[in-house]
Design a protein around this ligand. Structure first.
Ligand code: ADP
Ligand code: MG
Length: 728
């Protein structure tokens, strides 16, 4: 009899204490724990505030005296809020966040105790960071890396700790984190997009990238999760027979949120409000126990920080509710996985969304400019964009017949396609007055009306235009959005720079008018980026064939997808825009592959343990019961027992068959792992894990799932899908 699973099932029915709402409107306590502009107004001198704002707007340096003032203000505020510690909060290449807490508390030489936090503690710290991945940038013997304050993301208090968002760089200045390249890419796109936006409006001085992520996740009961080493250590179930009821009834999507999940969400939302994370929507997703949470969009760097903070807060709140959040992209086989759509746009300091059509032909030409440049950028760097969302866990989703495929394509809808088709026919060089009028009135001028009734949406597209933003859908639910956002903003920056150069040249050399020059360059971009546009079913096998004909990449696994990072064009792109040096890029290539290997290694080990520690003993126990029964029948009925024990004997045979196979495949998997581990070169090793080890996981799972179906319920030690998947 399996006690742990039974006890867990019993515990999972226990009601959870109701949540107390704060009793005031959410808008009133929004951002209460954030050192935002409102707090700064209260705590900083006017000079200091101006200096911080300039740093946020244009990246100017904050001098030491001002930093001291800001630190003093932050300390006063944080202590008044009950904080006792502070930490530099950063994003090492592990994909998660890291923090090292220091107390404000300090001793003076005479032994008196004080609270201390000055500019030097705010601006820079040197965590002992030798165990974070660096891809060989930082050898452990010179294990020096330091964190430096990012004033563009406000400090906040979580628990009793003042958290200061920081970048993490090596002593020699190389980025060791995900935030540094993101900030550099955002700067590149700001410069490039501002120059182009000024064709249309001279008042534009800054362009920010905006990001609105949509976080999908699963909730499972904590006690039940604890019976599953695979969920705890690998984040997904490595074995598990599908529940009799899955998502086939489509009754979960937007359905009534189960009570326990609802209490969790309310609690979570309150925490988010306090921390200034502007969460807005919550609903059930397609699979049972799958949910989604989305905020109001924000400036991309802040949105990335908020998403990382959110995932951390979710873990902690779930724990209070006896729940566990699964961020893995594919925690259960046979039902939908989770993603994190990244809605992206560009916005000016004059308040214009550059991907939103406007009320005048000029505004619409601006829209078309940014729209077409984005399409062109994605077409040119589709493979790099694919690499930015590759990970061991996301491999189970991309290209696995659900969610977006591993092939990057863009959906813009039939009506915008028609507009682009018309623009393809624009004359070369100067335009006649008639053509200009026609373009302004009937092509460009009609865009806003088109978009208003443009309701056709394509859920299978990995990169869709949705009216006033692009939605990148392949991002993994577990991922740090900084990676795809760094790539997307970098490639758009590159494209806009080239666009600007081409337009300027036509104006100067060919004496074209500005709008004529723009139409001319756009026409060429539309023509040369046609292959990336696809409005059909992205999951269909025909698309795979068609995409191959169009020479679009179809990189199904991480080791394959990552190769593009070593291409000369990629190095040139990142280096010339100042986003990543060659050394930093190669370090990332190594770290991503090493992370891939580690993930598969852990899964392999966990699977081996599950087989030997849990599954085989369960099967053998049940076999013994059957044998005992058969022996008893024989004792009573003699030779006649064979007829009576037919079912038991057949069952025994089936059990042994799968047990042998399970054992044999597990041994073979272990052997394959050993061989992979002897490989020295990281790319080769990752490939070996992908091609020689991973396929065994499926085979082992197959036999385990058959056994789970055959073995009596009482004997099975692991919480079953039907127990994990239907919260009350
Ligand atoms: P769904 O994809 O679930 O149908 P929507 O398409 O309405 O939902 O997406 C809503 C998301 O898009 C929200 O997270 C929102 O913050 C984000 N969003 C809306 N406008 C922008 C924008 N200009 N820039 C970035 N994100 C945006
Ligand atoms: Mg969406």
């Amino acid at each position: 009899m399996n006690t742990q699973r039974n006890q867990a099932n019993f515990a999972s029915r226990a009601p959870v204490a109701p949540i107390k709402e704060e009793g005031v409107r959410r808008s009133e306590y929004f951002g209460q724990r954030v050192f935002n502009e409102e707090r700064m107004l209260q705590y900083l001198t006017r000079d200091a505030l101006a200096s911080v704002k300039a740093a946020i707007f244009s990246g100017t340096k904050i001098d030491r005296k001002i930093a001291d003032q800001v630190a003093e203000a932050m300390k006063a505020w944080a202590i008044s809020m009950g904080a006792t510690h502070y930490t530099h909060w950063f994003q090492p290449l592990t994909g998660a966040t890291a923090e090292k807490h220091d107390a404000f508390f300090d001793l003076l030489p005479d032994g008196r105790a004080i609270e201390k936090f000055g500019g030097s503690q705010l601006v820079q710290q040197e965590p002992d960071a030798s165990s974070f991945p660096s891809g060989g940038i930082r050898n452990t013997f010179e294990a020096r890396g330091y964190t430096a304050w990012d004033p563009t993301s406000p400090a906040f208090i979580y628990g009793s700790t003042l958290c200061i968002p920081t970048v993490f760089v090596s002593y020699t200045g190389e980025a060791l984190d995900n935030k540094t390249p993101l900030l550099r890419a955002l700067h590149a796109v700001d410069v490039a997009a501002t120059a182009v936006a000024r064709y249309f409006d001279k008042n534009v001085n800054k362009v920010i990238a905006t990001l609105g992520w949509e976080q999908e996740y699963f909730l499972v009961d904590k006690a039940l999760a604890q019976t599953r080493p695979d969920l705890l250590l690998a984040g997904r179930t490595l074995v598990g027979q599908s529940a009799a009821k899955g998502q086939q009834l489509d009754d979960h999507y937007f359905g009534v949120i189960p009570g326990r999940a609802f209490q969790f969400m309310r609690d979570l939302e309150q925490e988010c409000m306090l921390l200034g994370i502007p969460v807005k929507t919550r609903h059930n997703e397609v699979a049972p126990n799958q949910f989604e949470l989305a905020p109001v969009f924000e400036e991309a760097n802040l949105a990335v920080d908020h998403n990382l903070l959110l995932m951390d807060v979710m873990d902690k709140v779930a724990d209070r509710h006896g729940l566990r959040v699964l961020f893995h992209e594919k925690p259960f086989e046979g039902i939908n996985g989770s993603g994190k759509h990244n809605n992206w746009s560009l916005s000016t300091d004059t308040g214009t969304n550059l991907l939103s059509p406007g009320s005048t032909p000029m505004k619409n030409l601006q829209f078309l400019t940014f729209f077409v440049n984005t399409i062109k950028a994605v077409d040119r760097y589709e493979e790099l964009l694919r690499a930015s969302i590759a990970s061991a866990s996301n491999d189970h989703r991309l290209g696995a017949n659900e969610a977006p495929p591993a092939i990057i394509s863009i959906f813009i809808g039939t009506q915008l396609s028609a507009v682009l088709d018309e623009l393809e026919g624009v004359s070369q060089g100067k335009l006649s007055p008639e053509e200009k009028t026609e373009l302004k009135l009937n092509v460009v001028g009609k865009i806003p009306e088109i978009l208003l009734d443009n309701t056709d949406r394509n859920r299978t597209s990995p990169f869709a235009f949705t009216g006033n933003k692009f939605e990148m859908r392949g991002v993994g639910s577990r991922a740090n959005c900084a990676r795809p956002m760094t790539v997307l903003n970098t490639i758009v920056a590159r494209q806009l720079n080239e666009f600007k150069a081409a337009v300027d040249q036509l104006i100067e050399k060919k004496k074209l008018k500005k709008d004529e020059a723009i139409f001319n360059v756009l026409r060429e971009y539309i023509k040369s980026s046609k292959r990336i546009r696809f409005d059909g079913d992205g999951y269909s096998p025909q698309w795979e064939k068609e995409a191959a004909r169009r020479k679009l990449s179809n990189n199904k696994t991480t080791p394959v997808a990552m190769k593009v990072l070593t291409a000369p064009e990629t190095r040139e792109l990142f280096a010339s825009l100042g986003v990543l040096t060659e050394k930093e890029l190669l370090a990332r290539y190594e770290v991503e592959l090493e992370t891939y290997i580690l993930n598969r290694q852990i899964e392999g080990r966990v699977l081996g343990e599950l087989v030997y520690h849990s599954i085989i003993p369960a099967v053998v126990g049940y076999q013994n019961q059957l044998l005992e029964n058969i022996a008893g029948l024989k004792e009573v009925y003699g030779a006649a027992h064979k007829k009576m024990a037919g079912a038991q004997l057949a069952l025994l045979e089936q059990l042994s068959e799968h047990l042998q196979a399970l054992h044999q495949k597990t041994e073979a998997m272990t052997e394959a792992r050993k061989r992979a581990n002897t490989l020295r070169e990281v790319p080769k090793k990752a490939e070996a894990y992908c091609e020689a080890v991973l396929p065994f996981f499926e085979e082992i799972r197959h036999h385990s799932d058959r056994l789970e179906r055959l073995v009596a319920d009482d004997y099975w030690p692991l919480a079953r899908y039907r127990e994990l998947l239907f919260l009350k």
